[in-house]
Design a protein around this ligand. Sequence first.
Ligand SMILES: O=P(O)(O)O[C@@H]1C[C@H](O)[C@@H](CO)O1
Ligand SMILES: Nc1nc2[nH]cnc2c(=O)[nH]1
Length: 297
Amino acid sequence: MLPSRSMLNDIDTTTQWLLDRTRHRPKIAIICGSGLGQLAEMVEEADVFNYKDIPNFPVTTVVGHKGRLLIGILNGKCCVCMQGRFHSYEGHHMYKLTFPVRVFAKMGIKLMFATNACGSLNPSYNVGDLMIMRDHINLPGLTGLSPLVGLNDERFGARFVALSTAYERKLKTLAKEVAKNLGYNFIQEGVYMMQFGPCFETVAECKMARTMGADVMGMSTVPEVTVARQCGIRCFGLSLVTNKCIIDENTDVVANHEEVLEIGRMRSKDTQNLVYAMTGALDLEEYGVTNNNHEKV
Ligand SMILES: O=P(O)(O)O[C@@H]1C[C@H](O)[C@@H](CO)O1
Ligand SMILES: Nc1nc2[nH]cnc2c(=O)[nH]1
């Protein structure tokens, strides 16, 4: 289903519904990937909304994605945090699964941190590594599945969106500095390839992805970043390597979601600490936030 004019109007309805129910005025959005939802528990003074209660919001169906929106304070900065995201393989149209990002844009969000779980293709990566997303390859997008297909509402941005600057350079640098200060020796920087899912890759697909320049494979983040960039939101992507993609036809080892969640739990604290420290270190004025009030005036 392509977006209609009335679906675009839903964005205004949902934004107003949320703003009427929270005193906070967030400038940063955080999206928690599979097994990484604990990050949301760090948000203080939070107003909490179940997705099922928010008008026009989709609902999550994947284990490890709680389905709550929290609006509050993270290390001194006002944030909105999605404790659980939507995936195209759940049956959501790309437009619908990125609906929250457009709502965030209307709320005044300037920065978005998207986290995800992924499988690694790069042989030098280890399970438990955190990869700063240098860039992405949008496999569904290259084959015609983009959240920007259909009616374009110029209120959100241009018809043709440049993605060569999808991931903000300053945020990648900040992440590396913060990780160094935290003493992390499990940081990588690389390219994330999104495939539609829900199947994990075949051996041949992994080999193709590696040849194409991907370091890791995942099933999310790219649609959200695409929409965020159209709306002028600066993006940071963080991938947790939860498993190695299988590049050997002669092994019986297979990828599975339980392992993804388990590694997510294992690296939960480290991921939280990185995002928490980055948020605290951000100078929001650099991102066009002149009024850093947390609350509505
Ligand atoms: O929401 P993310 O991208 O973290 O979820 C990954 C991709 C699949 O949804 C799931 C596979 O285990 O984890
Ligand atoms: N596509 C994909 N997504 C993942 N999410 C967590 N692990 C994987 C994986 O191996 N492949």
